[in-house]
Design a protein around this ligand. Sequence first.
Ligand code: C2E
Ligand code: MG
Ligand code: MG
Ligand code: MG
Length: 283
Amino acid sequence: KAKDSGRNALRFYDVEMNTSVIEHLHLISGIRSALLKHEFKLYYQPQYHLKTGRIIGAEALIRWIHPEQGLIPPIRFIPVAERSGQIHEIGTWVINEACRQAKEWQNAGLSQLVVAINLSPIQFRRDDLEGDVMHALATAQLSASSIELELTESLLIAESSQISSLLSRLRLLGIRLSIDDFGTGYSNLGYLSRFEVERLKIDQSFVRRMMDNSNDQGIVRAIIEMAHSLKLEVVAEGVENSATLTRLIELGCEYGQGFHWSPALPAEQFFKFVKDYQILDGE
Ligand code: C2E
Ligand code: MG
Ligand code: MG
Ligand code: MG
């Protein structure tokens, strides 16, 4: 096929993306069409309060349901969308859809559930992010305290006064903020005390291995202690078994999510999962 030979003939590889330029362009037009054809979907992973075992929230995780290729994970298209600028349109859709879904679940009885939304640092480069969030909350008639925004360390270390004032305005509205993938980025922790962030999410790479690797467990323990001394709560990502859960409780970690309980599920399945869980739980 012409497309294949073209692909092989072109030998410029984008090292960072680990894809050829042709594949990259192909993806960009694929994303454009996915937006038009509504092929993106949010899946939801339950978040637990470890001591009580209660489900307190859901992290919204985007999937691309491709008509031929099936489910495409975010790692395959979010980095491309960040470079092409399409992350703005995707991100706005994610914010609206997550708020709409949160309201639907509240109406169906999950009144305490907080939905966590991942934000790319690129989305902060435009000044309409705050307006997008307020508009989504207003449209869904959802209270600000029902959502949490997951930020990355790279956003916070930039030390931009615009970002810091935007974040404090979001906090004033009552929106919760957390730092995602904590531990993978930067070692300068000074920024932590400058922002009104509520929770740190320890990256799954440390949590997953913590029962087999004492260095990883040491990192997890240190992050929990540091977070607590700064009055931040901790979410452990990547809890895959009960031994890890037990240890995290001993270490004082407040929250967790991971395959030990459930992967991210389509909204309908998530709702059913929570309902069944609550019945088992005797709630
Ligand atoms: P993240 O925000 O750190 O999300 C956690 C990732 O860990 C998810 O991968 C989740 O499915 C996976 N995970 C959860 N529990 C476990 C576990 O026990 N073991 C293992 N091995 N993995 C677990 P996913 O859904 O593929 O998302 C990957 C990344 O893509 C996310 O990392 C986030 O950075 C990004 N992403 C996802 N949805 C969005 C979105 O709507 N907007 C933006 N900007 N980024 C998103
Ligand atoms: Mg996240
Ligand atoms: Mg994470
Ligand atoms: Mg991650």
